[in-house]
Design a protein around this ligand. Structure first.
Ligand SMILES: NC(=O)c1ccc[n+]([C@@H]2O[C@H](COP(=O)([O-])OP(=O)(O)OC[C@H]3O[C@@H](n4cnc5c(N)ncnc54)[C@H](O)[C@@H]3O)[C@@H](O)[C@H]2O)c1
Length: 392
């Protein structure tokens, strides 16, 4: 099979995640947009206006098409299991958004379906696909800095005050940072460490009763080889850790400081129904937040997920605006990274899918890897609730 073969991709769910992936699939030289499905007529209309392909009002008719090789599943978490299994049953390869699912049993069912039907199952995108993380993993695995000892991660955002669907504020339904933001950090720490998590100790916080789901978390991961990772996340729109990253946002775009602005704008929304509508308008395909990264090259940088410093015996590593900084025994050097086609982290997820389907290369972020992240996130929640170390 030619390594240049194009993959025909269908997008399932044109909301916040799907809307952003559309641009990455369209810009990638090895994929093309072949169709989409969403329940919202307005999102379907916007998409159909931009791409001359068939569009559906549900996932099933898209999965049944013969002219689609793979689907990117960006429906809400509770549908990941059903949609991933449906895709496998129709012979479609899959990238399913994080979190893979809400239970380990769901993860197992998804893995089993892909194995049964011989289809590829990748879970992403998470920020562990970011080129800076992949490069840091190469340096760690290459051994030039000696043994890995510590992974420190810190992210402070406005996550909790962005307009939400009701279930996004209910932990039992996959709401809050444990299922939505911590998976980025856990996936990244696990990828960098390269060994299983042995145990977890965590505390979480629900600091605003009007948004009754976890918005703050501190977790300590103890890896099998003694590597330690410390994860801090707060989504309360007070401190914003992009301040420590030159006001470069999560997607690599230049931002302006806006302390408290998410909370203020949310206060103008009357009820949960209006909030869900505001969410679709703002984050859905074609809305202001899903436009492809643009602007002059000086304003487009590498994606990131807050502060990250990795410490080895002979040096520290951290992502910079455009690459990786290596603080070694002999001083500091910077490794530059290429800018990518449109969105480097999502490009990497597409590359991994293409390599798996066309070249048969086992994906890094396959179902089993992703199940480990779900397991760790569930252990973080349990550790916090029971106030004890949880051994995996
Ligand atoms: N990787 C990332 O950076 C990132 C960012 C945001 C969201 N996500 C993940 O993506 C998933 C979706 O989240 P979101 O924020 O985009 O939600 P969203 O509400 O913005 O979008 C979900 C879309 O799925 C559609 N949908 C629901 N059921 C459907 C069906 N049966 N067939 C077709 N479409 C259907 C909805 O109409 C909606 O437009 C979640 O699992 C979330 O964790 C990942």
């Amino acid at each position: 099979m030619s390594a240049e073969r194009h993959l025909r991709i269908g997008i399932v769910g044109l909301g916040s995640a799907g809307g952003r992936m559309v641009g990455a699939v369209a810009a990638h030289p090895l994929t093309r947009i072949a169709g989409a499905a969403d329940l919202h007529p307005e999102l379907r209309e916007r998409f159909a206006r931009d791409y001359n392909v068939e569009v559906h009002d549900d996932a099933l008719p898209l999965m049944q098409r013969q002219d689609i090789d793979a689907v990117y599943i960006a429906t809400p978490h509770q549908f990941h299991r059903a949609h991933a299994i449906m895709a496998a049953e129709h012979g479609k390869h899959v990238i399913v958004e994080k979190p893979m699912a809400l239970t380990l049993e769901d993860c197992e069912a998804m893995i089993a379906a892909a194995e049964r039907h011989g289809t590829v199952l990748i879970v992403g995108h998470t920020h562990s696909f970011d080129p800076a993380i992949a490069r840091m993993r190469e340096i760690i695995a290459g051994g030039e800095l000696g043994r890995l000892a510590m992974i420190g991660m810190w992210n402070y955002t406005d996550f909790l005050y962005r307009p939400r669907r009701p279930e996004e504020l209910d932990t039992a339904k996959g709401g809050g940072i444990l299922f939505n933001q911590i998976p980025h950090q856990v996936d990244t720490a696990r990828l960098l460490a390269g060994v299983p998590v042995r145990s977890v100790r965590a505390m979480t916080g629900i600091l605003d009763p009007r948004r009754p789901t976890e918005g703050a978390c501190m977790a300590f991961l103890d890896f099998a080889d003694g590597t330690a990772a410390s994860i801090t996340y707060s989504g309360y729109d007070h401190f914003d850790s992009d301040e420590l990253h030159g006001w470069i946002g999560e997607g690599g775009q230049m931002r302006k400081p806006g302390h408290g602005s998410a909370r203020k704008s949310l206060a103008g929304i009357a009820n949960a129904e209006d909030e869900a509508k505001a969410r679709a308008a703002r984050y859905g395909y074609g809305g202001p937040t899903t436009a492809p990264r643009g602007g002059p090259p000086s304003q487009i940088h590498q994606p990131h997920f807050g502060m990250l410093v990795v410490s080895c015996e002979h040096g520290d590593l951290r992502p910079s605006a455009d690459g990786v900084l290596v603080y070694g025994d002999d001083g500091l050097r910077e490794i530059a990274l290429p800018p990518g086609h449109s969105d480097p982290g999502r490009d990497a997820a597409i590359d991994e899918l293409h390599r798996a389907i066309v070249l048969g290369v086992k994906p890094v972020h396959d179902g089993r890897f992703a199940k480990g992240t779900v397991e760790t996130c569930l252990a973080i929640l349990r550790s916090a609730r029971e106030r004890r170390e949880v051994v995996l």
